[in-house]
Design a protein around this ligand. Structure first.
Ligand SMILES: O=C(O)CCC(=O)C(=O)O
Ligand SMILES: [Fe+2]
Length: 239
């Protein structure tokens, strides 16, 4: 299904992003979420949900994002292994000055690998214990959310690449510094990003499940693919 996104003539659509061998498909200009019927089973995966309920301390969760990233081989050897600056995508809006550090605020995100990711194969890089470093730094100043260009460019941390097999989910605290890396291998890395939060989360970044009218904007084929759990996670039914 991902392969079908790429046209046979390899034309990269104008509205996709393409940097350093990393393609970011968009369903339509400005719409990065891929939540068609084929993808719904991932959003409502019961094992992943069970893990998230334990980590987030609540059964009433919402899921969002669904963006894709396709990292193809890139042999360019400029400036190290990372293809992005080390950053956070926290569940706290950029104009908020301080993280709350409450359990309700935590979002757990990450990605499904749809391909095997071997060393050097474009795996996401993370910082062991990095979420604790972020909390300590941010608590030590006023306006901790604003540090390091709003945590878009975090200096001075060593990273490790997360390898894995097709079907694995790489799971990250929302305060975990991370970045995409160059793929030096011939196997293309394909990943889909999902983010789980509690339904009593204090902030809203981007669109939240349940924001859209009707069955949260979903069509019949998507609704047919949803389990009762999926309907709640995706904001079709209330918790
Ligand atoms: O593709 C990856 O490995 C990470 C991407 C990422 O963190 C981002 O685009 O915000
Ligand atoms: Fe990110």
């Amino acid at each position: 299904m991902i392969r079908d996104l790429l046209p046979g003539d390899f034309r990269i659509p104008e509205h996709w992003q393409a940097f350093d061998g990393r393609l970011k498909p968009f369903q339509a200009p400005g719409v990065q979420t891929f939540d068609g019927p084929d993808f719904i089973p991932l959003f409502q995966n019961e094992r992943l949900y069970a893990v998230m309920t334990q980590l987030l301390g609540s059964e009433r969760l919402l899921v969002r994002d669904g963006s894709l990233a396709i990292t193809m081989r890139n042999d360019a050897r400029r400036a190290g292994e990372l293809s992005q600056r080390l950053h956070l995508d926290p569940a706290v809006p950029e104009d908020v000055d301080d993280f709350l550090f409450t359990p309700e605020e935590i979002e757990i995100g990450g990605c499904f690998y749809f391909t095997d990711v071997e060393p050097g194969g474009g795996g996401i890089h993370v910082v062991p214990g990095g979420h604790r470093f972020v909390e300590q730094k941010a608590r030590g100043v006023s306006a901790g959310r604003q540090l390091y260009d709003k945590w878009r460019d975090i200096p001075g941390l060593e990273t490790v690449e997360v390898t894995g097999s097709s079907g694995d989910f790489v799971l990250m605290h929302h305060l975990m510094p991370h970045a995409a890396s160059h793929n030096r291998n011939s196997t293309t890395r394909v990943a889909q990003f999902l983010r789980y939060s509690r339904d009593d989360a204090p902030w809203s970044v981007g669109e939240r499940p349940g924001d859209r009218p009707g069955a949260n904007g979903f069509g019949p084929a998507q609704l047919a693919a949803m389990t009762p759990l999926g309907r709640r996670l995706l904001g079709v039914d209330p918790w």
